[in-house]
Design a protein around this ligand. Structure first.
Ligand code: NAP
Length: 327
């Protein structure tokens, strides 16, 4: 038996088409492997919603997230990566040689190795009526929906880089932008962003404040009630839009019980490599690394590709050795 004799559709299937997935696919296909990327719901991933990426190396003039990912896809296609538009519903890693990926449309694909690069999605606030008002006042993406709030009042919940980027973006079009942050300081935010934020006259910052309640009228969001955590005072901000930017949760629900994860759903990998507890399954990008940055995801995508390549070579060598012993 050789790896060539084992029935499989691809040497490696990469689940996810963000910077980690595309980079991984490009490396593996360039190394001569038969590779497929299962794109997920949004080809290119979450970053395609960013209008301007100004910290990815080699783009001094900045580039839109959409254009950056289109370039990454183009580069992967150049090395003959197969793009499969689909969403993974389930996986079966029980058979050592044939790892099965099951898509939502029922299609089943088999590979010798798998790279998980499914990224993360915006965390929900978990307050009453949140779900109901998504798209009717509540948004998780200022660059997608900011346009609808031209000359209106909006609020952003969160105090990380994303919240501040969104505030800077919205301040160009909205009348007033309220930032509701549960902490006293913006200790997670890059200084350059804070400096820009403090130059804006239409941004109002509410620190140590918690969003308590949505105010609505006839199915429309009209405001938010916030509570100052120290004084206990409450205030209603009249806003037409609420942007939630309170971090991300890893897209790993379909992997529950199949692979080791922590309580939050982050994949636990070998600290020095991208290897998971399942042999031949590797993880990279936001699902497996705390530094959720494009360049980090791309870098770890390359590491996962090198780890997968090493695994495939070792497997091939083991099979060849076994064949020799048997003959
Ligand atoms: P983040 O850094 O995890 O920040 C999340 C923010 O939301 C924190 O301020 C947190 O408050 C707050 N928060 C969390 N749960 C909350 C809740 N239930 N209610 C109210 N507030 C809550 O997430 P992020 O801003 O999305 O950034 C994610 C990663 O992407 C980070 O590594 C960030 O640096 C990176 N990023 C980079 C750029 C860039 O271009 N450089 C742009 C965007 C994002 P506490 O501070 O109190 O915990």
């Amino acid at each position: 038996m050789s790896l060539q004799n084992i029935k499989r559709d691809y040497d490696v299937i990469i689940i996810g088409s963000g910077p980690a997935g595309f980079t991984s696919s490009m490396y593996l296909a360039r190394a001569g492997y038969k590779v497929a990327v299962i794109t997920g719901e949004i080809k290119g991933g979450e970053i395609t919603n960013s209008l301007e990426v100004e910290n990815f190396p080699a783009f001094p003039e900045a580039i839109s997230g959409f254009d950056l990912m289109a370039k990454m896809e183009q580069q992967a296609l150049k090395f003959k990566v197969t793009m499969i538009n689909g969403i993974v519903k389930d996986v079966d890693f029980d058979d050592f040689f044939t790892k099965k990926i099951i898509l939502e449309n029922g299609e089943e694909l088999i590979a010798t190795a798998v790279v998980i690069a499914t990224g993360s999605s915006p965390r929900r606030l978990g307050i009453p009526n949140e779900q109901q008002y998504i798209g009717r006042g509540i948004s998780y993406c200022a660059t997608c929906d900011g346009f609808f709030y031209k000359d209106k009042n909006v609020a952003i919940v969160g105090g990380g880089n994303t919240a501040i980027y969104e505030a800077l973006y919205l301040s160009n079009m909205a009348k007033t932008v309220h930032i509701i942050h549960r902490n006293a300081t913006f200790n997670r935010v890059e200084n350059i962003l804070i400096e820009r934020l403090y130059t804006l006259s239409n941004v109002k910052i509410h620190t140590l404040s918690q969003l308590e309640e949505l105010k609505t009228d006839n199915g429309t969001l009209t405001g938010v009630k916030i509570k100052q955590k120290v004084t206990g005072e409450t205030e209603t901000l009249d806003v037409d839009g609420l942007f939630v930017a309170i971090g991300q949760v890893p897209n790993t629900l379909f992997l529950r019980g199949k692979i080791y994860m922590d309580e939050a759903g982050n994949i636990i990998r070998n600290p020095d490599t991208s290897a998971t507890n399942v042999e031949g399954v590797f993880a990279c990008g936001d699902v497996a690394h705390k530094y959720r940055q494009l360049v980090v995801a791309a870098g770890y995508g390359a590491i996962a590709a090198l780890d997968a390549e090493h695994y495939l070579r070792k497997l091939e060598a083991q099979i060849a050795r076994q064949k020799q012993i048997n003959s």
